[in-house]
Design a protein around this ligand. Structure first.
Ligand code: NAP
Length: 298
């Protein structure tokens, strides 16, 4: 095996931790070949304890990244969480990778960033463009579909209130587990020979919001009522609940994205990349039943 150096940014993110684990355990990459970055490397102590080098890298500080990316051949750029300036900050990271002589970059994007109405799509579109226009010789854009875990992170109120107000209509969306997306990112980093490619990583089935609710109800033995609204009616309802304006924009533009089938698709690219089938939503619900039940009973 070569002694190629692999670097994962955002290594302390939920996705990043899983990627590192797959690189070590599934792809048998040696800890000495791995570099993990965070704005605060002290948060990566458990990785350092395993023999992984940790470095500081802040997307807002290009010089810190040029230093951090030195000697790296394959780099996974995990998109940051704070929306608003990600186009500019991710572009800094791409330029730093180019300057540091990185040979391959993979980036965690979203489905159809160039055509999506989601309010943050422009940031992923701009990052993809920065990568395509860079002199980095090989890259893979990973257009990650939405995580099943968003049910916990962003839609817990659906479980709690048993009411799913949605403007997503009959739109189909092939959501996928974060763990599967981490496996795919690790696979992309390791199998980096295939030039310049953009792929969309979807789950195994494309479901409507009502179909997802039916599965949740079956597995958790609860009764979520899906209320279909126009986008305008959803916005009015959320305003009447005094939901903050940015959360309303998130909910309404996300539902428009789903309604327009911008997250529809098959899992073929995932299977080609990883050699595996992604987890079904029903199986993910079973695996996480206890924590989902706790939210629904809260
Ligand atoms: N497909 C989906 O459904 C979905 C859902 C949620 C999020 N996402 C995207 O996927 C990414 C990974 O998901 P996750 O749930 O694992 O995220 P997460 O746990 O919330 O982690 C977010 C990461 O962003 C990093 N970050 C924030 N500001 C940064 C900066 N200025 N420079 C460098 N890194 C910065 C943080 O790193 P440090 O604090 O260690 O520096 C942290 O590791 C998210 O950041 C987001 O872009 C996708």
């Amino acid at each position: 095996m070569s002694d190629k150096k692999y670097l994962v940014t955002g290594a302390n993110s939920k996705l990043g931790k899983l990627v590192i684990s797959f690189l070590l355990n599934e792809y048998q990459i040696k800890p000495s070949q791995l570099i993990a970055t965070s704005r605060n490397p002290a948060t990566l102590q458990s990785l350092a304890d395993q023999g992984i080098e940790t470095r500081a890298a802040d997307y807002a500080n290009k010089d810190s990244m040029v230093q951090a990316f030195k000697g790296v051949e394959n780099l996974l750029l995990i998109s940051m969480d704070a929306v608003g300036k990600r186009d500019e900050l991710h572009t800094n990271a791409v330029q730093a990778a180019e300057e540091a002589g990185v040979k391959f970059i993979a980036y965690t994007s979203m489905p159809n960033p160039d055509a999506s109405p989601v309010f943050f799509a422009f940031e992923h579109e701009a990052t993809e463009k920065a990568i395509a226009q860079s002199r980095i010789p090989a890259w893979k854009i990973l257009r990650n579909n939405w995580y099943f875990e968003n049910l916990i992170d962003f839609y817990a109120n659906v479980l709690h209130t048993k009411a799913w107000l949605t403007a997503s209509g009959e739109g189909r969306h092939a959501q996928i587990s974060r763990t599967d997306l981490a496996l795919a990112a690790a696979a992309a980093l390791v199998n980096s020979e295939s030039g310049k490619e953009t792929i969309t990583l979807n789950g195994p089935e494309s479901l409507t919001t009502s179909e997802m609710a039916t599965l949740i109800n079956q597995v958790l033995d609860i009764s979520i009522n899906v209320v279909h609204l126009s986008e305008e009616a959803l916005e009015e309802q959320l305003e009447s609940f005094q939901v903050p304006a940015d959360a309303i924009i998130f909910a309404t533009t996300m539902d428009r994205h789903l309604k327009e089938n911008k997250s529809d698709g098959t899992s073929e690219a995932f299977e080609v990349l990883t050699g595996k089938k992604p987890q079904l939503f029903a199986d993910w619900l079973q695996e996480n039943k206890q924590s989902l039940k706790a939210i629904s009973n809260a």
